[in-house]
Design a binder for this molecule. Structure first.
Ligand code: HEC
Length: 143
């Protein structure tokens, strides 16, 4: 009997971790994003993880930037629904986006359907567009 209830407890916690149960945007960020981006949003620029601070909100202020954000590998591979992507991205914008407008699930769906071939080239285009308008973005070492 005891073995069964321990097994059930484990199964339930695994379900929560795999996304079968609703988790908060904070928990979703901690689980899916913080391993690379860190809980402070500082990332690891020397390892190619851009700093969110003073940057991600600027990217989200650009039309092309908002589409780019939906195609970064960490978001594509997280296995989240469009609504969950909107939630976790809005957590990022709330924390480090300085007033950028939030995503709706419908906007995520629309932007994910846009083909973005080379995400690194796209990031460079967005950064050049913003820099031309005097708006900074975080350092980005990818070739
Ligand atoms: C395995 C590491 C990793 C994980 C996990 C990860 N990312 Fe990233 N993220 C990156 C890297 C590397 C970049 C730089 C873009 C690229 O991949 O070319 C990036 C870029 C971004 C950017 C654009 C920032 C910029 O300055 O270009 C956003 C927004 C972002 N990630 C959000 C997320 C969110 C939200 C999650 C969680 C659902 C997440 N990432 C998970 C590695 C990761």
């Amino acid at each position: 009997m005891r073995g069964i209830s321990i097994g059930l407890g484990l199964a339930l916690s695994c379900m929560a971790l795999s996304g079968a149960g609703p988790i908060s945007p904070h928990a979703s960020y901690a689980l899916h994003c913080s391993g690379c981006h860190t809980m402070s949003g500082g990332g690891a620029p020397e390892a190619g993880i851009p700093d969110f601070r003073n940057s991600v909100g600027n990217i989200a202020g650009s039309e092309a930037g908002r589409t780019y954000m939906m195609h970064v590998p960490g978001v594509v591979s997280a296995g989240l629904t469009d609504a969950e992507i909107a939630e976790v991205m809005n957590y990022v914008l709330d924390a480090w986006g300085a007033g950028a407008s939030p995503f709706t699930a419908a906007e995520v769906t629309r932007r994910r359907a846009v083909a973005v071939g080379d995400v690194v080239a796209e990031r460079r285009r967005v950064a050049a567009e913003l820099s031309g308008a005097g708006i900074p973005t975080a350092q980005y070492p990818w070739p």
